[in-house]
Design a protein around this ligand. Structure first.
Ligand code: UD1
Length: 339
């Protein structure tokens, strides 16, 4: 079976490519490298022994996506392509609406025209908003978003649901990711943020390597066990395996399902820092600061639906995530810019 990964050179896409190849799928990657690096393709080949077919295109451009469908038989699409920087989306919202919606609309039109009926969409736990109690369950109402990035995820979920209502043979899985961290155990692929990281783990690893002199802990008065924000951190390889299960599910069913990919376990900022220090035997200097606007006290997943429908659950521990994040960072201090 051949699966097209839009945005397949990115952090989650590249790990998913590896797990799909390991599971026997043929992988085709389409990516415009807006936020990724071509070396990822070599690294995927190095890990798996198989080189995925790679198209350097913008998946918003229909003619270019047609070309992929003309040259390959595509059984399913996993749609990752999209911008993901929350603060940037607040500063330049139209960039996010234009890109994230355009790429999705093109993919939806082409898969309909070419009769490819299985789609997995890269959604986010951000769609739950800040009004629902934890653990977050798929049938809870989706919330309103405080940023354009989150709004595009919610809008795209709704667009896909509309397409499904209009088309009986269409199948989609909306994967709501919690907080993916870690890296492939080989240290060959991992997260390579552009500039100052917004997310916790890349900031911790850059502090560990000395690029940043300390970690700012955003807020100490949250309603959590130690006052710092609680999130559901999930190893990116577990997340990638969740995609393999989801595309299998999508090719065997019709209709739309939203499914959480998380561990079901919440860890605070300080839990993560301490786990990182212990796993890697090092000290992370921290400074306590103000809350970051838009952050919630706690967010973690209900994982029952993923277990039931996908027969999937996360296996790696927080210690593994910390070890593998550091292994990637220390072997690639400048991301994919080295070697
Ligand atoms: C963020 C986004 C979310 C997006 C996700 C993608 C916001 C408000 N939310 O989630 O929409 O889907 O990234 O991965 O940006 N923290 C620090 N210091 C730091 C960085 C983070 O203390 O330098 C804290 C945060 O306050 C939070 C936790 O670490 O409590 C996790 O933050 P982060 O990694 O940015 O993820 P989310 O905010 O959960």
């Amino acid at each position: 079976m051949s699966i097209l990964l839009t945005g397949g050179a990115g952090f989650i896409g590249s790990h998913t490519a590896v797990e799909l190849i390991n599971a026997g799928y043929e992988v085709i990657i389409a990516d415009n490298l807006a936020n990724s690096n071509k070396k990822v393709i070599d690294r995927i080949e190095k890990i798996t022994g198989t080189r995925p077919k790679f198209y350097e295109i913008n998946v918003a451009v229909k003619e270019d996506v047609y070309k992929i469908f003309d040259e390959n038989h595509i059984d399913g699409v996993i749609h990752f392509a999209g911008f993901k920087c929350v603060p940037e989306s607040t500063r330049i919202p139209l960039k996010y609406y234009r890109n994230n919606l355009d790429t999705t609309l093109t993919i939806l039109e082409v898969i309909e025209e070419r009769n490819c009926r299985a789609l997995v969409f890269s959604s986010s736990a951000t769609v739950y908003g800040d009004k629902n109690p934890v653990p977050l369950k798929e049938d809870m109402p989706t919330g309103s978003s405080t940023n354009a990035y989150g709004s595009t995820k919610l809008m795209i979920e709704n667009i896909i649901k509309d397409v499904s209502r209009a088309s009986k043979d269409f199948s989609a899985v909306l994967l709501r990711y919690f907080n993916p961290i870690g890296a492939h155990p080989s240290g060959l692929i991992g997260e390579a943020p552009d500039g100052i990281p917004n997310n916790l783990m890349p900031y911790v690893t850059q502090t560990a390597i000395g690029v940043r002199d300390h970690l700012n802990v955003f807020g100490t008065d949250y309603n959590t066990h130690d006052g710092t924000g609680v999130r559901d951190y999930i190893h990116v390889v577990d997340l990638a395996k969740g995609h393999v299960a989801a595309i299998k599910y999508a090719t065997e069913h019709v209709g739309v399902e939203a499914i959480n990919l998380g561990t079901g376990k919440g860890s605070s900022v300080l839990d993560v820092v301490h786990a990182f220090e212990k796993a890697n035997n090092m000290n992370i200097p921290i400074e306590y600061g103000e809350r970051r606007p838009g952050d919630v006290d706690a967010s973690y997943a209900s994982v029952e639906k993923a277990a039931k429908l996908l027969n999937w659950h996360a296996e790696y521990t927080l210690e593994d995530m910390c070890k593998h994040s550091w292994n990637w960072q220390k072997n690639n201090p400048n991301g994919y810019e080295d070697k």
